[in-house]
Each structure stands twice: as C-alpha cells, then as structure tokens.
Design a binder for this molecule. Sequence first.
Ligand SMILES: Cc1cc2nc3c(=O)[nH]c(=O)nc-3n(C[C@H](O)[C@H](O)[C@H](O)COP(=O)(O)OP(=O)(O)OC[C@H]3O[C@@H](n4cnc5c(N)ncnc54)[C@H](O)[C@@H]3O)c2cc1C
Length: 491
Amino acid sequence: MPSAVMWFRRDLRLGDLPALGLAAGAADAVVPLFVLDPRLYEPAGPNRRHFLACTLTQLDRQLAGNLVVRRGNPAEVVPAVAAEAGARTVAVTADFGPYGARRDRAVAAALGRQGAVLRAAGSPYLVEPGTLRSAGGGRFAVFTAYLRALERAGWAAPVPAPPARFTRLRCDGGPDDLLGPHAQPGEHGLPAWWKDLPLGLAGHLPPAGELAAHAALGRFVEHNLGTYAQRRDNPGADATSRLSAYLHFGSLHPRTVLEVVGTGSGADRLRTELAWRDFYADVLWHHPRSAREPLQAFGRHLRWDSGAAARRRFEAWATGTTGYELVDAAMRQLLQEGWVHNRARMVAASFLVKDLHLDWRLGARWFMWHLVDGDLASNQHGWQWVAGTGTDAAPFHRVFNPELQRERFDADRTYVRRYARAAAVDPAGGAGPEAADPGAPRRHAAVIDHASERREALARLAEARQSAAMGAELGGPRGVGRPGPGHREKS
Ligand SMILES: Cc1cc2nc3c(=O)[nH]c(=O)nc-3n(C[C@H](O)[C@H](O)[C@H](O)COP(=O)(O)OP(=O)(O)OC[C@H]3O[C@@H](n4cnc5c(N)ncnc54)[C@H](O)[C@@H]3O)c2cc1C
C-alpha cells in the first residue's frame, strides 16, 4: 500500500498543520518521521535537548506509538525512510533558516534521484520569511514598517487536522535514547574556559507537547490576556504567555494563538510581539550571515574586551553575581528555568555588551546554550538589537541603566527577590532549587560602575563609526559577514 512520509521538524503537533494534510492527501497511509540531525541538536544545550525529547515523546503518544525517530544526516536518512515506506511524497513544513533551507535542497535532490519529491506546505510563521516587501519593493530594515505590512497582508486561518492513518517503520530508539550525553565545554564551539560555569539542566522546565502548549495558552487567556498590554513588561508579574518554547518547536502555530486570543488590547499587543518573531525570521532570511556577523557594517569595528579580567566579568554575568540586581535575577532565572522574561533579557544583554564591553556573540552563545526557547533568528537578532548592530532604529546610543530599569519595571522588587536566593551555583547541574541559598537575599559588590562604562561604550561607538567611515572611504569591507579588526586584549 502506498505511503507518504510526514517529516516533522519544527512543527511537532498534529493540529493546524498544513503539511500533514498534504501527506494524508498524497497516500493511504502516513509514516511520521523525526530525524535527529546532529548538526542541529549538538549545539543545543541540555534544556532544549530535554524539552525536545519530551515533546517527541508526547507526539509519539498522540500518534499511538507510530513516530519513527532516526538519527543521522537527513540527506541520507529521509530518502532511506521514503524508500522503505515505498513513499513518493515526503511532506514538510518549509524551513527558512540558513541551514534548514540548505539541508532541504540536499534532501530534495536525493529524493529526486529515487523518483520521490519533497513537498512543503506552510511555515512556522504568520507569513513566510522573504515574502513581504516595502512599498518600494525592498526588504524591511525596521520593525514598525514590517508590522504595518504584516497587518495589511494578513495570514491564513488555522487548518483542521486531516483524517490520517499512521503506520510505522523501524525506529532507532525512543527520543530519550537518541539524545545522548550533554556536551562538555570545548565541544560544539563552547569556549573551553566555560568549564567551571554551570552548563547543566535547569531545575524547572515547562511541560512539553501540543497538549501542554494548548493548556499554557488557555491559562494565559484566562489569567493574563486582559492585562497583558499593561503588565507584560514587568518581570515580577509573570504576565506573559510563556509560549516561546512551544512556538519554537512548533507545538503551537502563531496563527492558532491569534485565533484563540481573538480581539482586544491584549490580543493586539500579543500580535505585535508575534510579529517580532516573524520580523527576525525575515531579517535572517534576507541576511543569513547575520546569525554570526553584525548586521550593520560599523559593528565589525566595535572593540570588545578579552583576556583574564574580561573572562572574570563574563563569569560574574553568567552566574548572576554582577551586583546589579535585575541583571543578576535575569541570569539566575536563565539557570533555573532555561527561560528569561523579555525585559530582563534586554537589560542583561545590554549589560554584557555596553557595561562589560564583551562581544554580543559570547552572550548570544550563552543564551542559546541555556534557553529552552533558543531560536537562531529571535536570539541572534534580539542580541543584535540590544548591541545596536542590528535592527534597532536608535542603535548603540541606547544604553540601559540597570538600576533605573529595575526601579521602573520591578519597583517592588518582586522579580529580583524571587531570584536573589539562588546565587549559589552548582557547576555540574545548574542552579536548581537545591542550589538555593537558604539565607537572606544576597547582593554582590558591583563589578563595574555603570556611569563610567556607559561613557566608555559611547566612546567605542564613536570610534567604530569613525573606523567604518574611513574604511568605506578607502573602499574597505562593507555589509554583513566581512572580518573586522582584531580584538584588543584588556586585562
Ligand atoms: C537578547 C534577547 C534574546 C532573545 N532570545 C530569544 C530566543 O532565543 N527565542 C525566542 O523565542 N525569543 C527570544 N527573545 C524574545 C523574547 O524575549 C521572548 O520571545 C519572550 O521573552 C518569550 O516569552 P513569552 O512567550 O512569555 O513572550 P510573550 O510576551 O507572551 O510573547 C508571545 C510570543 O511572541 C514572540 N516574541 C515576543 N517578543 C519577541 C521578541 N522580542 N523577539 C522575537 N519574538 C518575540 C515569542 O514567540 C513569544 O512567545 C529574545 C530577546 C532578547 C532581548
């Protein structure tokens, strides 16, 4: 009997999944497949690996145990599975990331050689990256213009789950068996000097899977949607949706979220936030190298600190011991939960770049290792926005004052108190509740003086802009991805 393969990637759900309709319409039976691709999961830290394993376990339950999980290079594994299943069609949700798009071209070519096709339907976004154009036909450089275009264009309605009959082939093992041991520093591009820092599993990860995602959405609608627009920026209020990990793994599609939240000020605000997710995917699609290189050319001339003292400052930042309460609470929340409130992410990221003068890529790597919602487009461009090298319309001059931010967004100290007790850090296992300091909230001595580091940051900005302008006059490198000047040692 002919089968089609439904190759799941960042769409780990059964509801509102156009690709599943495509697979079900192409054959009598569907072989659901997930390929554990070392290129993608090895650089992920234990939190995302664990969450992925739990998500796959839940998906397998929904599929009555039919999910086929294989490990290896998709360009080999997918054609092999299609051949075993006798499938002429492999259905996917389109992937717009730099690696994913390349991988899919290789898989499509390999399938083509055996007379099968890779067919894509839908995307993880409201609108496919690269689709929207400005009035002049160009790409978008700032968010507000993108948002207006997105609102004008609109997006497809959710699709009902198709009737599908699932069938199973041999599996390499359960999701957990495939995940393997967590990487050590030095592997997968982690700096070797991170070896004494906490790299382990967070103590409190959210429940995984499509049902858990819908439950989280239901709780948000019931308790927080009404006040979301007013309270979403207060980290202590816990008033945001906490849907980011589900959206990243595709347990939920953003259009489903918008359908459920309906209309009103909270829904309007949530639509704007989800548009940021689309916007960053669009920017990455147009500028694939912006995942690693500054989007703005001057960013390659920014001078970052390195050396022993810089490392010590990074360690203080990473372990939440800088002496700046909001920064420290953010970094401890990351270690405990693999998730951080958006305002706290911005303040902590700004502190690394503009107070400690450390390369944004170092902080982005730390976040990507720990975040359960770690997402290449949102994370790298969240960092570039904060660093001023990305899409912020008021770039590097914006230097968050961590004390004023705390006073403004956590006036009653609810948030900083919540994480103040977890200063004790266990290098092996993150800072779970067992690592919590039972004593009174502890405040560390400040590692830097914000006022003077702000002046230093602005001086470096002026210097970088001048170097970039001189380089341009001399016909020097322009655009994303060209090498910048070497870093200066400062100890
Ligand atoms: C330095 C930095 C790094 C970040 N890294 C990531 C990341 O790796 N993955 C990630 O999903 N988000 C990232 N963000 C964006 C944002 O912080 C999180 O999406 C948000 O905190 C998730 O919590 P929530 O689901 O409760 O958000 P809500 O406020 O409930 O927002 C709903 C959804 O909108 C999207 N969203 C909201 N704000 C943003 C934003 N600024 N950029 C992109 N999408 C947004 C998310 O999908 C989020 O789940 C980063 C932000 C910064 C400043």
